[in-house]
Design a protein around this ligand. Structure first.
Ligand code: CTP
Length: 407
């Protein structure tokens, strides 16, 4: 985190007593930390404490003319490489969900383009309340990362879920939000994930059982490896990994359009999506009525997103996925060649395998190599896959550089 700039918002809650320690953990890792306190936070900890541990004057007020003159709130929002609100009270989360800009912390969250994370801390009944659940769902869907909360004894004497995560844990999670160093630092990775929905009429569609979990794990692993990650996702209910830009789509045609829009400048394309191969030839304008005993649905082929990218003039390093019920290796190798891919990750599906389960195994084939990634959680497999991609990409770029030198 050397030289990275973290904006730490502290809102009102007893867990604010742990936030000075969080500042120290972030600074130990080399980060610069600017603390911004809400009015509620000042009831629990003093600004002097934060000033002492952060080495910077604490900001608290949107209307502080002297502070604004030194660095205005918009400038401060742009200064940050990442924003963390810890603790984030139920009230603050509600204001964030409704997009308010009525104090400095809320305004900074609206004005920043940096990744934003919250570490909720509140009584367990408040955390479980439907209003809080809805607010958390809203901010998560907008890409705000929610760190915790943990379970255990609470300051109010009760036990349950609502404790702020420990400072060390939070510091690690903030580090993962930052565009950093790693095997894919400086690279742009475009990933598709999840199923697509192909409409039959305004209320029905054809789809499949993909959960999107593998693709989201690949996005997280690529981000951890330092890449800028864009994730084009079909309809799934998986939280967006920290620091990943997510574009939601429905149909195969929407996915293709989003991918082609995002393709310029992409170094690696990873196609994990279970894109529908066929769509209804016609989508009825009105809901189809059950007037006959049987019904035929005429289907037509969708465009292959992966093959389109592999044939594109701005072709990046292209990785496909293959879900097979038999002859995994032969079928996957045939796809690698037919779609002109650099790499393919294959797995066996069917019954309870692969779809919607937590672990999996992968056979990764490239033109010259074969790797087996043993059964493990999807994130572990995704990290293994990203390592193989980074290795092949570096080898290819090295070969290109040598070629240029020889020429
Ligand atoms: N894919 C795609 N666009 C499609 C169909 C598939 O991008 N319209 C991608 C998937 O994301 C995956 C790979 O292609 O990376 C899967 O290859 P595919 O040949 O489509 O697999 P299957 O659908 O299983 O094909 P088949 O039925 O021929 O085995």
């Amino acid at each position: 985190m050397q030289g990275k700039r973290i904006l730490l918002g502290v809102t009102g809650g007893i867990a604010a007593y742990k936030s000075p320690d969080l500042v120290r953990r972030l600074r130990e890792r080399g980060a610069e930390v600017q603390v911004v306190m809400s009015a509620g936070a000042r009831e629990f900890v003093t600004a002097t404490t934060f000033q002492a541990v952060s080495g910077r004057t604490v900001r608290a007020d949107l209307w502080d003319a002297a502070a604004e003159a030194a660095m205005g709130h918009i400038e401060l929002a742009r200064w940050a490489d990442a924003v963390l609100i810890a603790p984030a009270s139920a009230n603050f989360i509600a204001r964030l969900a409704s997009g308010q800009a009525d104090d400095l912390i809320a305004t900074l969250c609206l004005a920043t383009q940096a990744p934003v994370a919250v570490a909720p801390a509140m009584n367990h009944v408040m955390w479980a309340n439907a209003a809080t659940r809805a607010n958390i769902a809203t901010i998560s869907a907008r890409g705000v990362q929610v760190f915790g909360p943990g379970e255990g004894d609470q300051a109010c004497g009760e036990t349950g879920t609502g404790r702020m995560l420990e400072p060390l844990d939070l510091a690690d999670r903030v580090a993962a939000l930052l565009p950093g160093v790693g095997a894919l630092a400086g690279k742009r990775v475009l990933i598709t994930a999840g199923p697509t929905r192909e409409p039959i009429d305004p209320v029905r569609f054809v789809s499949n059982r993909s959960s999107g979990k593998m693709g989201f794990a690949v996005a997280q692993a690529a981000r951890e490896a330092g890449a800028t990650v864009v994730l084009v996702a079909g309809p799934v209910s998986v939280p967006t990994p920290a620091g990943v830009a997510r574009i939601d789509v429905e149909s195969a045609a929407d996915m293709l359009a989003a991918v082609l829009r995002e393709l310029p400048g992409t170094d690696v394309f990873i196609s994990t999506a279970a894109v529908a191969d066929y769509r209804p030839a016609r989508c009825a304008q009105q809901k189809i009525k059950k007037t006959t005993e049987t019904m035929d649905l005429s289907l037509e082929r969708t465009t292959d997103v992966l093959a389109t990218v592999a044939a594109h003039v701005e072709r990046p390093f292209v990785v496909g996925f293959a879900a097979e019920t038999e002859s995994v290796e032969n079928n996957a190798r045939a796809k690698l060649m037919k779609k002109n891919l650099d790499m393919i990750a294959a797995n066996e599906v069917g019954h309870a395998k692969a779809f919607d389960c937590e672990d999996n195994e992968l056979l990764v084939l490239s033109r010259g190599a074969r790797h087996e990634l043993a059964r493990a959680g999807k994130l572990t497999l995704a990290r293994g896959l990203i390592e193989l991609i980074a290795h092949d990409l570096a080898a290819r770029n090295g070969a290109r550089t040598r070629g240029t030198a020889l020429a």
